[in-house]
Structure formats: structure tokens, C-alpha cells
Design a protein around this ligand. Structure first.
Ligand code: GLC
Ligand code: GLC
Length: 803
């Protein structure tokens, strides 16, 4: 069953009923100001950092799930309704939510009044804009009372939801005309404030939440709204908010447009106040002036749409597969932008209060993003490398605001360093920019410790080379990619973090997965430094690669698939020798991609993966699921069977197997797996899948789970980037390389070819792939040996590939 449909021309997903199985959300904003917005207009806004600069309040685990957010009320006679259904929850005569790229539109109709609310974050402004158009479709004049309201968060989202003995004393606002300014803690160490404003005279306002709502009431039926009034409350402590009330008279057929602005501003220390204790509002005024009229709003929306049109031109495809095209051309790339911006910080499931940017997560997110804006990827690589330690190990996470490594989580995830090699090589292949390797980059952000970025990559590679265990395989540390495979943590204390507790330093537990990574990225590093002329070093690295490759074929091969690891007692994990958890997906994907054991092992490994792990939504992470807690494996065995790392389809690693199929040239295998969980392909099962049909989720419950097929944790997952890599570089086979664009499609029998557009190093490659007798690549009329379309000087290069 569906709850909407894709509008491909508009690049929107149109939701046709408010009661989607879960809030279906969208992301607004690209650089500084970010908003999350659900299909019922819930969600929250923050500036740069969802923990440290939270602008509006959001209650996770709330009932109802998605209460609050942007609260609009339209009072028409005795009826109160909201254009997006929530918060009023009055049944609407019609409802639609259109989630577009960086904007969302809510169209509600009730009793001959039509409301169209368009919400967006403009390209370069630090604000969210909400344009409300009200139309009277009746033949009588109507006078409506209209409210727009938001609740302020007291900046630090963790304090805001914990430190009430303080919080309920600090809240402060200022009111000026139709604008409410939020200035809690502005008197002391903060130099930022927020504001909510409407571009028309208000009939009244409230800034104290509890006055506005009244006793025993929630956002559904605030006392002020019920009484069609405002109390002009001036918050002093407690919960500051901004509720703006308009009186709107509409002649028959008449429309009126209002612009609500939710903004944020920072003042330099010496310009904080315009009078003692009074915010200097110059910056807010400038922003409000810039977005004062509907025309200014429309221009900003057009600019945003043009921005996306230009960006998405960088990779386009047209094939016989409508759903593949839809994912590649719009939604997968869009999600790649979101994951690049957010890492795993802020969604409806990631609270934005815990994790900031993840080292391995951000490195991988970059793989699906780098073709869009290589310059931003470059900056990100330097930020990430700056939290690395001088021995090559690294902090696991950092806060986006201060870019400092997160000491609570610390280091010890031994896959982390190698991801830096992966993303740096991907960047250079895309941009051709070797100068990034010279960029002075500190260790642990310490001034004076700067070394060229290349030295960071070298230490990453060295770290793995010098941290191998009894079988010559890389040591796993606290965990590798699978955060929950904690082989050195024997936890028996409830609540203890499996990632940070390591009360058993075995120095022995090894990862076959990291071995696969090393074989792959070690080779990439060797290729890179060969280009720099560092032959001796490249040889040493390649020697290490073959040592580790041999360790995998000797100790990491189980007979019909790759083993996963060796535990602290040197026993295999992911082997027929185990009673549960006999096979894991990760090494099948990575070791086959890395070419370990050649075609023979590759084919066997993928056949085993399909046989034991396959279900109709993809490949489960392991089989059989662990049915009891095992302290020597850690968190993985803490989840009930079929969920999360214990046997769900953990979508992130499915594209590794898709790519592994491509490595073996098996287009049918690749395509079949790709389509089993690509959102557009499973839209018809939205009632089972439950999360948004236009983006990937982290997990889909496996066969052993009660709710088989149900997805969780949508949006912030490495699945976005890897799926884009799998479909664009694997199936369609368009791969940036140092000296040109490599084109090696791996199509299923069901596809005869496709055309694609790819902007690469400033040139637009127009690619036609077709089946035919005369196989090979023709670049601008000239046949080329091999599959590398050379770098071209023209603005356009026409490539034909016959397969
Ligand atoms: C989450 C984490 C990621 C990890 C994965 C598997 O997505 O953010 O870092 O690799 O889970 O445990
Ligand atoms: C990853 C895993 C999750 C685990 C978490 C710990 O996100 O997916 O299961 O609890 O890491 O930080």
C-alpha cells in the first residue's frame, strides 16, 4: 500500500494522507541553518550543530510522536484546523504534503478555505521561511483568526531536556512589533539570538508557552486559540515561545499571503546590545527586510530549485527502469547531500544530542557526495583528518560546531583510519586535485602538529599494518564497521556502553572485514603514491596487502564464505564451527570487492550470502541470529533476533554486495539486490516498510523478527552513499578515475542500455551505452582501447559504449 506518489517532473514526493505509518520527513537547509520537517509540519531547527545550537524544541519519544514543531491554527467560525493536519488534528476536506528538494508544501482545505503553506530555508540565509497563502473559496466574506507558533529550545539540546532547575529560570524574550526575539542567556555568555516574525501587523502575541496553552492542554487545543485571543504574555523563565496572531478578512475568492520568518543571528561581542540589556537587532532587521514580501520568497524558492537543478545535472540517467532513474536522478543524490550534511547527528531517530559527525560515517558519506560539490568534500576531509591522532588511530566522532574530537567516545575503532584513505582517493579521482595531499593538517587539532594530509593517510595505512593479531589479520579494537561486534568488551553492567567499555584487552581479536578493507584501500593508497613517485613505499604497502590477503585466504576463508573475525580467544566468528552467527555479510561484500580469492571464492561467497542471508528486502547482516547474550561478542547479541546488527537487513552493507556482484561482472545479481531495497522499488509496500519511500533507512527487520520487513532509522545511514556508488559506479559503471572517466557498465539482462550525463572535471560527458556486436568505447568519434574515456578539453564530450 502507498501513501502518496512520486511526481518526477516536480522532483517531489506527494503524500496524500497525514496518517503515514511514521512521520515522513524532509530536510531543509544546506549549510548553516537546518530544519527537519515532517509531513504534518512537525520537526525542529538548528544552526550548524543540533546539540549546541538548537533553535526550536523537539521532544523525542513524544506522544503523539510528532507533536509541536511549526504550529499553525486557522480559526474559522467554530472550527479550528491546521493546514498540515497537526497540531489541531481536525479532519481536513483535503490534504497534501509535497516534499521537494529543500522545501515542503502543505496544502489543506477546510470549509471553503484553502491554505497553502510552503516552508523552505533559502540558499544563503540563516532562517526558515514559511509562506502561508489563504484563499476564501466561498461566496461570503470570511474573517479568520490565524496563529503561527514555535517553541524555543534553550540552545543546548541536552541541557534543555535535563537541567530544569536552571532552565525554568533563564528564559527571556523581547518583543518588537510582529517579531518575538528569543534571548535566553544572551545577557551572559551567548552572543546569538533567534526570532520569529510575520510580515503583517499582529492582533496579539504570546511568548510564555504555558499561558498560551493553558492548564491541562497541549498543542492540539491551546487556550489562546480556543478563545480566539492572545494574552500578550511576556515570558520570564519557564518555557519561552512565540505565538503570533493575525486577523484575516477575505472577500469571496480573495487570497492573502503571509510570510513567517524563523531566524537566527550572531552578534560580535562589542555589538551585542543596542541599549543596556537590549539585543542589537540590526542583523535580524536586515534578514527580515530581505524576506519581507511574497516576491522575495518566491525568488528565493526559485533560486533553491535552480540550485538543485544545476547540482543534479552532474549525474543524470535515462533508462528503461523508471524507478532506477528516479532514485539516481533525484532521491538518492538528495539523501547523499543530507547524510553529508548531518552525518548521524540529527533526524527523527538520531537525537542530535549524542553523536556529532562520525569519522567512518562522514568518510563514507563523502563517497556518494563528492561528485556534487567537490570543494565541500575537500574541506570535510581536512576536518575529519584533523581529529586523527599521530599514531594513525583516531577519535571516532566530532561536534560540527567546534570540530573537536569527542573524548567521551574516544578512539579504538580500528576500521576508522582506512576510511580516510577511501574518501581522499575518491576526492582526488573526482576532482583531479592532488594538492589536497599537501594540505597542512593537524593531529588531534593541536596547533603545531600539522603535517601534509598525505602523512595522515600514510599513518592510517601504517596503523593497520602494525596492528595485526595472531592470524596476521588486523586487530579489531573496540569494533570495526559493525559497532556492535565488540570482541574485547565483556560487559555485564546494565547501561554500560558496549563501544567504550573494554575491560578485556585481549590484543588478539581480529577482523576479516578490516583485512578486506586493507586489501582494497591499501592497493588504492599504493596506486596513489605510485603516482607521486613513492615507489619504495608503494612496494612495502603492496607487500603488506599480499600478506594480509594470504592471511584471509588461509585463516579467513571458511570453505564456502569468508569468516567475519576471530574473537579474544582466537576462535572464529562467522563460521560453520559456530552454532549461531555462522555467516556475516560484511566480509562477503568487502573481500569480494577487494578481489580476495579471485572469482572462485567470490562466486562461492556471494552464493552463500544469498542462500543464507537473502530475503525479499535484501541480505541480512548475519545468520542464524543470536538467540542469547554472549559477552564475548558484545552488543550484537543484545538485540532480539532480526533487529539491528543481529540479523536485520542492515541496508548499509547491501550495496557492498551489489558492488561485489559487479566486481564479478554479474549484472543480474547486482541489479536484483539493488532493487530489493531501493526505496522507489518498494514503495508499494509502504505499509510494511513504514518509513519514507523516498529515502533509505538503516535497517529492515529480518525474517526472525516479529515485524519482518519493517524499516527503522530512516535518512541518516551510509546506505545512501554506498547505494549511489553501487548504482552509479557499479551497475551503470561510470567511475571517476585519475586520468579520465571509466565506463564499465554491469547491466542486468533486463536493461538494454541507457543514456547518462556526467559532469566531470568541468566537462559534460554525454554517455550512451547500448548492446551490440562491435564492443568498445568511442570518445568523440574516436575508438578508445579499454574503458577509460579520456579527459577532454571541450565543454561536452560524447561517449558511446557498446557492451
Ligand atoms: C551505524 C553507525 C555506523 C556503523 C553502523 C553499523 O550506522 O553510525 O558507524 O558502521 O551503525 O554498526
Ligand atoms: C551503531 C549501531 C547501534 C549501536 C550504536 C552505538 O549505530 O547501529 O546498534 O547501538 O552504533 O553507538
Amino acid at each position: 500500500m502507498r501513501y502518496g506518489y512520486f511526481d518526477d517532473n516536480a522532483r517531489e514526493y506527494v503524500i496524500t494522507r497525514p496518517d503515514t505509518p511514521l512521520p515522513w520527513i524532509n530536510y531543509l537547509g544546506n549549510q548553516g541553518f537546518f530544519s527537519l520537517i515532517s509531513n504534518t509540519c512537525g520537526g525542529y531547527a538548528f544552526y550548524r550543530d543540533a546539540k549546541l545550537r538548537r533553535i526550536t524544541r523537539f521532544r523525542y519519544n513524544n506522544v503523539p510522536h510528532d507533536d509541536g514543531g511549526r504550529c499553525f491554527y486557522i480559526c474559522d467560525g467554530d472550527t479550528v484546523w491546521s493546514p498540515a493536519y497537526l497540531p489541531a488534528q481536525t479532519a481536513l476536506d483535503s490534504y497534501r504534503c509535497r516534499h521537494g528538494l529543500g522545501y515542503s508544501v502543505f496544502e489543506g482545505r477546510k470549509r471553503d478555505v484553502e491554505a497553502v503553506l510552503t516552508v523552505m530555508v533559502p540558499m544563503d540565509a540563516v532562517c526558515e521561511l514559511q509562506k502561508l497563502v489563504l484563499t476564501n473559496t466561498s461566496d461570503a466574506e470570511k474573517t479568520l483568526t490565524v496563529y503561527g507558533a514555535v517553541e524555543w529550545c534553550l540552545w543546548n539540546a541536552v541541557d534543555d531536556s535535563t537541567n530544569f532547575q536552571r532552565n525554568w529560570n533563564t528564559g527571556e524574550v523581547e518583543i518588537e512589533g510582529s517579531t518575538v526575539y528569543h534571548k535566553t542567556e544572551y545577557r551572559e555568555r551567548r552572543n546569538h539570538y533567534a526570532f520569529y516574525s510575520v510580515n503583517a501587523p499582529v492582533s496579539g502575541f504570546d511568548t510564555d508557552r504555558d499561558t498560551f496553552l493553558g492548564r491541562f492542554r497541549g498543542w492540539r487545543e491551546p487556550a489562546a486559540v480556543e478563545n480566539r485571543t492572545s494574552y500578550q504574555s511576556r515570558c520570564s523563565g519557564w518555557a519561552p515561545m512565540a505565538a503570533l496572531r493575525l486577523t484575516v478578512t477575505l472577500a469571496p475568492g480573495e487570497s492573502k499571503t503571509y510570510l513567517f520568518r524563523l531566524g537566527y543571528a550572531e552578534n560580535p561581542q562589542e555589538e551585542k546590545f543596542s541599549a543596556p540589556g537590549v539585543i542589537n537587532k540590526t542583523r535580524a532587521h536586515a534578514l527580515l527586510n530581505a524576506y519581507e514580501t511574497a516576491e522575495q520568497f518566491d525568488a528565493a524558492l526559485t533560486e533553491l530549485k535552480t540550485y538543485w537543478t544545476d547540482l543534479l545535472q552532474r549525474f543524470t540517467v535515462k533508462s528503461s527502469e523508471e524507478k532506477l532513474d528516479r532514485m539516481v536522478n533525484v532521491w538518492n543524490q538528495y539523501q547523499c547531500m543530507v547524510t553529508f550534511n548531518m552525518s548521524r547527528s540529527a533526524s527523527y531517530y538520531e537525537s542530535g544530542m549524542g553523536r556529532g559527525m562520525g569519522f567512518r560515517d562522514s568518510c563514507q558519506d563523502l563517497l556518494g557526495f563528492v561528485h556534487l560539490i567537490p570543494e565541500r568534500a575537500r574541506e570535510r576531509i581536512i576536518d575529519i583528518a584533523s581529529i586523527q591522532f599521530s599514531d594513525g588511530s583516531t577519535y571516532h566522532q566530532y561536534q560540527p560546531l567546534d570540530k573537536r574530537g569527542n573524548a567521551d567516545v574516544g578512539s579504538g575503532f580500528n576500521d576508522d583510519p582506512l576510511w580516510l584513505v577511501a574518501c581522499t582517493c575518491a576526492y582526488i579521482r573526482e576532482a583531479g586535485d592532488f594538492t589536497i595531499l599537501d594540505e597542512p593538517t593537524p593531529f588531534n587539532n593541536e596547533k603545531g602538529s600539522e603535517q601534509p594530509l598525505l602523512e595522515h593517510l600514510r599513518r592510517s595505512v601504517n596503523f593497520t599494518m602494525t596492528h595485526c593479531g595472531p592470524h596476521g589479520l588486523p586487530l579489531i579494537g573496540r569494533a570495526d564497521w559493525n559497532d556492535c561486534l565488540n570482541l574485547n568488551c565483556f560487559s555485564h553492567t546494565p547501561g554500560e556502553s558496549f563501544q567504550t567499555c573494554s575491560n578485556f584487552e585481549s590484543g588478539k581479536a581480529e577482523s576479516v572485514f578490516i583485512a578486506g578493507m586493507f586489501v582494497r584501500y591499501g592497493k588504492e593508497y599504493a596506486e596513489l603514491i605510485t603516482r607521486l613517485g613513492l615507489m619504495d613505499e608503494a612496494k612495502d604497502v603492496l607487500d603488506a596487502v599480499s600478506r594480509i590477503e594470504t592471511a584471509v585466504t588461509t585463516h579467513g576463508w571458511d570453505g564456502a564464505w569468508f569468516r567475519r573475525a576471530y574473537d579474544a580467544f582466537e576462535r572464529p566468528v562467522g563460521s560453520v564451527l559456530n552454532d549461531e552467527g555462522q555467516i556475516f555479510i560484511e566480509p562477503q561484500g568487502f573481500c569480494v570487492m577487494a578481489g580476495i580469492g579471485g572469482r572462485e571464492y567470490g562466486e562461492k561467497a556471494l552464493a552463500s550470502a544469498e542462500r543464507y542471508l537473502g530475503n525479499r528486502f535484501g541480505l541480512e547482516i548475519l545468520h542464524p541470529c543470536y538467540t542469547s547474550y554472549r559477552d564475548y561478542l558484545g552488543e550484537i547479541s543484545s538485540y532480539p533476533p532480526g533487529y539491528k546488527e543481529n540479523g536485520s537487513v542492515f541496508c548499509h552493507n547491501n550495496p557492498w554486495v551489489t558492488l561485489a556482484y559487479c566486481t564479478l561482472g554479474d549484472g543480474n545479481g547486482a541489479f536484483d539486490l539493488y532493487t530489493r531495497n531501493a526505496p522507489a522499488y518498494i514503495e508499494d509496500e509502504s505499509d510494511v516498510h513504514r518509513t519514507e519511500p523516498y529515502c533509505y533507512s538503516q535497517t529492515i527487520a529480518g525474517r526472525d523478527a516479529q515485524n519482518f520487513g519493517e524499516a527503522k532509522n530512516s535518512w541518516l545511514t551510509g546506505t545512501a552513499a554506498w547505494s549511489f556508488v553501487a548504482v552509479s559506479q557499479g551497475i551503470l559503471g561510470i567511475r571517476p578515475d585519475y586520468d579520465g572517466l571509466r565506463i564499465r557498465p554491469c547491466l542486468p539482462d533486463a536493461m538494454d542500455g541507457f543514456t547518462a550525463g556526467r559532469v566531470f572535471r568541468g566537462v559534460r560527458y554525454e554517455i550512451t551505452v547500448r548492446r551490440g556486436e562491435q564492443k568498445g568505447l568511442v570518445a568523440d568519434g574516436r575508438p578508445v582501447t579499454g574503458d577509460l574515456a579520456p579527459l577532454s578539453d571541450g565543454p561536452v564530450s560524447k561517449i558511446t559504449v557498446t557492451i
